[in-house]
Ligand binder design. Structure first.
Ligand code: GLC
Length: 521
C-alpha cells in the first residue's frame, strides 16, 4: 500500500515546518507491554494534528535486539514486532497524511546490529572473506595482535574495537552491538539505496539521517590525537579521523540523487562537527536538504549565548540552500526544562525558549514531551537501560532520564501511556498536572502555549532582523511583522510597540524576567 498527500503539496513544505519527534518507545503504547508502538502513535495522531505540527520524525522502529534502543538495526526494511508491522506502519502513514501531517523516519546508515545477517555471516566466514569486507575488520597490533588496530575510543565509552574469537578486531564507533559498515564497499552503498527506495516507495516524506558525519573514516585509520596531560581524545575535533571525513560527502550525494527522484521528500542530518563552516559543507545543493543545528540545545541560558547561537546558526546556512533547523531537546540530551534549572524556574525559561525557537526562521523540531514541559527524571541505577551507563563503567548515567514515557492522562503512573501496569522506564509520582489531558483545558498550560504558538506561526514568514533591545534582552523582527522580545535582564522591561499576540508569562506594560513575548508590529 502506498499513500500520497492530497494536492497541493509544495515540494518545499519542510523549509519552515514544525517537526514533532516521536521517540517511539516512549510516545504512546497501543497495548499493555509498557513500550510505545506504532498503534499507540496512530491513536494519538489526531492530538498531534490539534497541536498543529506539520511533520513527524519517528525514531527507529526497525527489527532490533535493542542494544541501543533501535539504533542497532537488524533489518532496515522491516518493522520490529514490539512496535508493530509494515501494515501498521502503512496505516500510520496514511492516517497522518489524511490529517495533513508528513512522516519522516530515521535512517541509520553508519552501523548495523551485530544480529544483522551480514554481520553474523561475516563472523562465520572468517578473516579475509568477502563477508568481512562489508564491515571494518582488522588484525590487531603487537605480538599475537592482542592490541586493538588503533587507539579509537567509542563514543559510548571504552575502545571502539572488539576482538572476535579468531583474533581479528572489528570497529564500532558506538556499542559493540553496533558494528560500523565500510562505505567504500559497493554493496554497502547499494544496500543504503535499497533502503531509501523501500521507504520512499511506501510514501514516506523524508529521513532524519543518524550520525550523518560518520560513515567515512580517515584512510589508513590513523590514531586519534590524544592529550596525555588531560587524558582526553580530540573528540569530534577538527582532526578526529573517525568522523567528518571528506569521503562522507560522496555518500550524501548518492542519497540526494535518490531523494531527487521523489519530489517533495527531504533529509535532515544529525551532523555533529567542529564548526559552522564544517556544517555548511553538508548543505551543498547536491547533499543534505537540512541539518540540525544544535547550538540552541547546547547554549547556556544567557543572552550572549542565545544570541550567538541564533546568529551563528543563521550565518552557517546563509551561503547554502538550506534553512536553519532549530532544536531545544531530543532523545540524546537532557531536556531543556532540566537544563535551565528544573522546577518552576526551568519551566518558566522553557516557555520563553519555546517562543524563541518557534519564532526563528527555518525548521523547528519539537521533541515529544516538550509541548508538556516534561523534565528529565532521575532514575535509580537499577532502572537504567542506556548502553552509555554500562560502557562508561557506570560513570555516565546516559540518556534514559530524557526518554521517560509521555504522560497522557490520569493522576498516577502510567498516566494513560499504556493499558499495562508498568512502563519500560518507570514514570514518577506527581505528574498529574503534567499530563496532556490536564493541560488541554488550561489556557495557561505549556500545551496551550505550544498550540497557540504553532497556530500563529503559520502567519509568520521571511527573514530575521535584530532590533535594538534593553541590556540582557534579545529582540528581533520577522519580515511578516512578528516582533519578538526575550528578557533575561533580571528585571521587567517595557514592551515594544505593537499588539501582544502571545507571551510566555503574564504581561501588562512590562515583560517580566525570563519571559518572551510575540507582538504584531
Ligand atoms: C545518534 C542517535 C543516538 C544513537 C547514536 C548511535 O546519535 O541520536 O540515539 O545512540 O546515533 O546510532
Amino acid at each position: 500500500m502506498t499513500s500520497t498527500l492530497p494536492a497541493p503539496a509544495s515540494p518545499d513544505w519542510w523549509r519552515d515546518a514544525v517537526f514533532y519527534q516521536v521517540y517511539i518507545r516512549s510516545f504512546a503504547d497501543g497495548g499493555d507491554d509498557g513500550v510505545g508502538d506504532l498503534a499507540g502513535l496512530r491513536a494519538r495522531l489526531p492530538e498531534l494534528a490539534r497541536l498543529g505540527v506539520d511533520a513527524l520524525w519517528i525514531n527507529p522502529f526497525f527489527p532490533s535486539p535493542m542494544a541501543d534502543h533501535g539504533y542497532d538495526v537488524a533489518d532496515p526494511r522491516d518493522v520490529e514486532p514490539v512496535f508493530g508491522d509494515l501494515a501498521e506502519f502503512d496505516r500510520v502513514l496514511a492516517e497522518a497524511h489524511a490529517l495533513g501531517i508528513r512522516v519522516t523516519i530515521d535512517l541509520v546508515p553508519n552501523h548495523t546490529s551485530d544480529q544483522r545477517d551480514w554481520f553474523t555471516a561475516a563472523l562465520a566466514a572468517g578473516p579475509g572473506s568477502p563477508e568481512r569486507a562489508r564491515y571494518v575488520f582488522r588484525d590487531g597490533q603487537g605480538p599475537d595482535g592482542a592490541q586493538p588496530p588503533n587507539n579509537w575510543p567509542s563514543i559510548f565509552g571504552g575502545p571502539a574495537w572488539t576482538r572476535v574469537p579468531d583474533g581479528q578486531w572489528y570497529l564500532h564507533l558506538f556499542a559493540p552491538e553496533q558494528p560500523d559498515l565500510d562505505f567504500t564497499h559497493p554493496e554497502v552503498l547499494a544496500d543504503l539505496e535499497e533502503t531509501l527506495r523501500f521507504w520512499l516507495d511506501r510514501g514516506v516524506d523524508g529521513f532524519r539521517i543518524d550520525v550523518a558525519h560518520g560513515m567515512a573514516k580517515a584512510p589508513g585509520l590513523p590514531d586519534v590525537a590524544f592529550d596525555a596531560e588531560t587524558g582526553l581524545f580530540d573528540d569530534h575535533g577538527p582532526d578526529d579521523p573517525r568522523l567528518d571525513q571528506d569521503g562522507v560527502h560522496d555518500i550524501h550525494r548518492m542519497v540526494r540523487r535518490v531523494m531527487d527522484a521523489y519530489p517533495g521528500t527531504m533529509t535532515v542530518g544529525e551532523v555533529w562537527v567542529s564548526s559552522e563552516e564544517r556544517l555548511a559543507r553538508y548543505l551543498r545543493a547536491d547533499e543534505l536538504h537540512s541539518a540540525f543545528n544544535f547550538r540552541l540545545l547546547t547554549a547556556d541560558w544567557t543572552p550572549e549565548d542565545l544570541r550567538a547561537a541564533v546568529a551563528d546558526s543563521l550565518d552557517a546556512v546563509a551561503a547554502t540552500p538550506a534553512p536553519a533547523c532549530w532544536v531545544l531537546s531530543n532523545h540524546d540530551r537532557p531536556r531543556h526544562v532540566t537544563r535551565y534549572g528544573g522546577g518552576e524556574l526551568g519551566t518558566r525559561r522553557a516557555r520563553a525558549a519555546a517562543l524563541l525557537q518557534l519564532a526563528l526562521p527555518g525548521m523547528a523540531f519539537v521533541y515529544n514531551g516538550d509541548e508538556l514541559g516534561m523534565p528529565d527524571v532521575d532514575l535509580p541505577d537499577e532502572a537504567l537501560t542506556d548502553p552509555v551507563w554500562t560502557r562508561s563503567g557506570h560513570t555516565e548515567r546516559g540518556r534514559d532520564a530524557c526518554r521517560i514515557p509521555v504522560p497522557w492522562s490520569g493522576s498516577e503512573p502510567p498516566y494513560g501511556f499504556t493499558t499495562g501496569a508498568t512502563t519500560w522506564l518507570p514514570m514518577p509520582e506527581g505528574w498529574a498536572g503534567l499530563t496532556a489531558q490536564a493541560q488541554a483545558g488550561d489556557p495557561g498550560s505549556v500545551l496551550s502555549l505550544y498550540r497557540e504558538a504553532l497556530r500563529l506561526r503559520r502567519g509568520v514568514s521571511g527573514g530575521l532582523t535584530w532590533l535594538p533591545a534593553p541590556e540582557g534582552c534579545l529582540a528581533f523582527r520577522r519580515d511578516s511583522g512578528l516582533v519578538v522580545l526575550l528578557n533575561l535582564s533580571g528585571a521587567p522591561v517595557p514592551l515594544p510597540e505593537g499588539r501582544v499576540l502571545l507571551a510566555s508569562a503574564d504581561v501588562a506594560d512590562d515583560l517580566p524576567h525570563d519571559a518572551a513575548v510575540w507582538l504584531q508590529a
